[in-house]
Design a protein around this ligand. Structure first.
Ligand code: ADP
Ligand code: GLC
Length: 491
């Protein structure tokens, strides 16, 4: 068995912060490999060469050519470095394939929100090169012991490796979100150079289509997801999204490892995006961020009104529709609301209309703004995450760390990371937010009302804030859990 120093892991991902991020996968793909590297694991990333990746990495050098892979356009492999800060970097392999990746728009969709028509090829190539680098036909000397796949975009790597005759790395796939499965018409199987026998109910076939995610879940040696609670939830309806049978059948190989957060990026004492830095010893300094937020968003300046914040993809998953339903009652509490997000046009439109009708109490910013998201975490009194399902969720951890207790639906990683405020949990200093059990507008409103009432009880509120700020959300323990899992696959 290799020593930890020589344990080599290829971390295959379609996003990485700060170069390309549509959600938590980007954050995790930077912070988890960085944490593993401090534990002496040699983790390297494999990424598609989107323009912002090619522009953002340093010391690029070409190390391999892939000119005749199935029906893929010619590609080459670059070795490079991703700098996380002045002292830290991660080695990365970047797939340079202008025909597939060199275009404006997002990683999965064009600027109008339409899926790229060649997504099967874009992420088929990511999976394919992930498999080649993880096998004895790799053109490069660095050979991983483990190929760690993430979500559907790298789901075909375990399938390619399964059908490879020769030595291969062990495989893990981490499910960050089961709702996205990467399904394509059956003809894609041939186009991607997969053997016809992979297109089977015992394989990559899913209701007549090729499913990248199902392929990963079927062929990988181990399956993980990003919280223990979600690992249970996905083995049954409705959160199994059709894959509950396979997941339940593989429950011995499935585990939930809770995400951590980047505690340097998200530190209220040093965060450069804040109007004023603060810590749990001087919580009064947090107030300057609330007035800065109210001013920046055009809300009435009022230090005493509870201000609720939300930063989110505006999608069905995140429950923004329920928030829209109850917003008129929320502001009557009285309270203010700030929302930063984007995604579904109808939800965006409804939120903008609400802000127009109540400009002193509701402010909405449609778009993606890293800096404003930090100010909302610090400047809001309370953070909202009424997600219908949430594999892990990062914002509820950022907000607890920023002394901004979250209101969350009791699902997935939210239930694993937030402790509901009750007389008992206040007494044992574990209370850190507000949780509601039934996914309904009434339950959400009730939880928000509870939070607003508690906010006016300054002593209890500070207790909640301090409990949340004292929690350890760092990657340390979770990175060690991944390392233990990697080691178990070497035996
Ligand atoms: P998900 O990955 O399902 O979107 P997470 O809570 O795991 O949810 O991660 C979301 C990440 O994306 C967080 O870092 C959050 O701050 C960030 N984020 C989401 N929407 C926006 C936005 N509109 N502007 C800035 N950051 C955003
Ligand atoms: C997904 C999930 C989110 C999770 C993130 C990172 O996008 O929706 O809950 O935190 O991945 O694992």
């Amino acid at each position: 068995m290799p020593s930890l120093q020589s344990l080599r892991v290829l971390f295959i991902t379609s996003e990485v912060y700060p170069l390309c991020k549509t959600g938590g996968l980007g954050d995790v793909s930077a912070a988890l490999p960085a944490a593993l590297r401090t534990l002496q694991t040699d983790v390297r990333l494999l990424l598609p060469g989107y323009p912002q990746v090619l522009a953002g990495v340093k010391y690029k050098s070409k190390i391999a050519d892939f000119s005749s892979l199935a029906h893929f356009p010619p590609a080459s492999l670059l070795s490079a470095r991703l700098s996380l800060n002045k002292a830290e970097h991660i080695p990365v392999f970047v797939i340079d394939c202008p025909g597939l990746y060199c275009r404006d728009g997002g990683p999965y969709m064009d600027e109008y929100g339409r899926d790229w028509p060649d997504n099967a090829l874009r992420f088929g190539l990511l999976s394919k090169i992930g498999a080649i680098l993880s096998s004895d036909i790799s053109p490069i000397a660095w050979r991983p012991h483990i190929a760690h796949c993430n979500d559907w975009q790298s789901g075909l790597t375990p399938a390619y490796l399964h059908f490879h005759n020769g030595k291969t790395a062990a495989t893990i796939i981490t499910i960050h979100n089961l709702a996205f499965q990467g399904c394509f018409p059956p003809g894609t199987v041939v186009q991607l150079g997969l053997p016809p026998e992979s297109f089977d109910i015992h394989g990559a076939e899913y209701y007549g289509n090729l499913s990248f995610l199902k392929a990963g879940l079927y062929y990988a040696d181990r399956l993980t997801t990003v919280s223990p609670n979600y690992a249970q939830e996905i083995q049954t309806e409705p959160l199994g999204f059709g894959l509950q049978g396979l997941l339940a059948a593989r429950s011995d190989q499935l585990s939930g490892i809770i995400n951590g957060i980047d505690t340097r990026e998200w530190d209220s004492a040093t965060d450069p995006h804040l109007a004023q830095n603060y810590n749990s010893k001087k919580l009064s300094d947090k107030a300057a961020n609330k007035s800065a937020l109210q001013q920046r968003m055009g809300l009435t300046a009022d230090a005493d009104i509870p201000l609720f914040g939300m930063v989110s993809r505006l999608s069905f998953q995140k429950g923004s529709d329920l928030l829209i339903q109850i917003a008129p009652q929320l502001i009557k509490i009285p309270a203010q609301l700030v929302v930063l997000g984007s995604d579904q046009a109808q939800l965006e439109h409804l939120l903008v209309m609400l802000a127009h009708s109540h400009p002193d109490r509701i402010a909405v910013r449609i778009g993606y703004e890293e800096s404003l998201s930090h100010l909302i975490e610090a400047g809001a009194d309370c953070f909202l995450m009424p997600s219908r399902f949430e594999p892990c969720g990062l914002n509820q951890m950022y907000s607890q760390r920023y002394g901004t207790p979250p209101v969350v639906h009791a699902t997935g990683g939210l239930a694993d990371t937030v402790v509901d405020c009750t007389p008992e949990t206040l007494a044992n200093n574990s209370a850190s937010g507000f949780m509601f059990g039934t996914m309904s507008a009434d339950s959400l409103l009730h939880a928000i009302q509870r939070a607003a009432a508690t906010y006016h009880d300054k002593q209890t509120w500070q207790r909640l804030q301090k409990n949340g700020m004292a929690k350890d959300f760092s990657w340390q323990a979770s990175a060690m859990a991944y390392q233990t899992l990697y080691k178990s696959l070497l035996k």
